[in-house]
Write a protein that binds this ligand. Sequence first.
Ligand SMILES: *Cc1c(COP(=O)(O)O)cnc(C)c1O
Length: 413
Amino acid sequence: MTAPARIETLFDPYALRAEFPILKREINGKPLVYLDNAASAQKPEAVIEAVADVWRHSYANVHRGLHTLANEATEAFEASRAKVARFLGAARPQEIVFTKGATEAINLVAASIGETLVEGDEIILSQMEHHSNIVPWHFLRERKGVVIKWVPVTEDGALDLDAYEALFTPRTRFVSLVHMSNVLGTVNPARRLTQIAHAHGVPILFDGTQAAVHLPLDMREIGCDFYAFTGHKLYGPNGVGALYAAGDWLERMAPWQGGGEMIAEVSETGVVYADPPHKFEAGTPVIAEVIGLGAAIDWVQALDRAGVMAHERALLDRVEAGLSEIKGLRLFGRAQDKGAIASFTIEGAHPHDLAQIMDKYGVAVRAGHHCAHPLMQRYGVSGTVRASFAAYNTAEEADAFLEALRKSITFLI
Ligand SMILES: *Cc1c(COP(=O)(O)O)cnc(C)c1O
């Protein structure tokens, strides 16, 4: 009874799947249907090989070696920085700091900017932020008396732009917003949001953890001051991410963590810091993972990204059409501009129970608050079920997900 499953787009997810060894797995005797991509994406052979290759052939600590292996590792490490810079459309590789993820990137900015703030200074966040872009700012509220103001989210799951603009006062010091929501899929108008912040003389950071996966990015087009993303959601290794800081921000900012690699000179009486970006990279970094992130970026950039976007959009449309026929289903996130994430609740069925039963059918989805408590509070729910799509997902999988969901519901209701 299911319609022919292939979706007619120029991009072929079936060929792509062959590059992902894990997608051949079975779960509970069923083919794996992996729809937890917004939490972490699976890795193609190119990334697995790049990481293994460092450990097998070119591993040594970076930056201070005088021997061949150290030089090779350093060269590959710094080549990764150039790849990240090109990927983001940054002006220079020196604008890129490697971190252990988006979380660390945002903590770095909050801690460093926080040192310049005083009681009563204001920061603007939104109700759709991930905890990574909330808690570091709560630290400043607790420790400095900084005031957090919240951009409201509309019923459809968009930012209320008029309300955003009305939040600015002479005390506003920083804006930090998600580019694409990990719960709603909403893609926020980054360029417009930046223009409004800059019109008030306020710098802006975007949490680009989801956006970096699904959208082409150009920092100079967006015009933002900071941008954070994470490797493991971009088909890359975990434990690595990056912070983009425009222009001379890194020169002007105080360093965050102290240690080796971030100094030019240390004496009993003082420190001379290294030039940015190294000033913000204390200690031995994750070396193979940084190089693996470069490989992931190469891999992503070799895709037909417009084709992938159309494909993911078609998967979302297919899933949303199926979901709309399910009784008692509430879909969160109906914004105009939306990526391939479907979050929903079903009356009378707990999200955790649904996810656990769906696993019996080999379908991996996430259920819970998705690290977005304020958003859950906004909608008056404790959690949702979330299916999130990647380039390698297929129409058959969208259908298998809907089928597993329907069966799970009959178990529970
Ligand atoms: C996953 C995610 C984060 C956190 O990323 P880490 O890799 O855990 O640092 C932050 N923001 C959004 C929107 C996310 O989806």
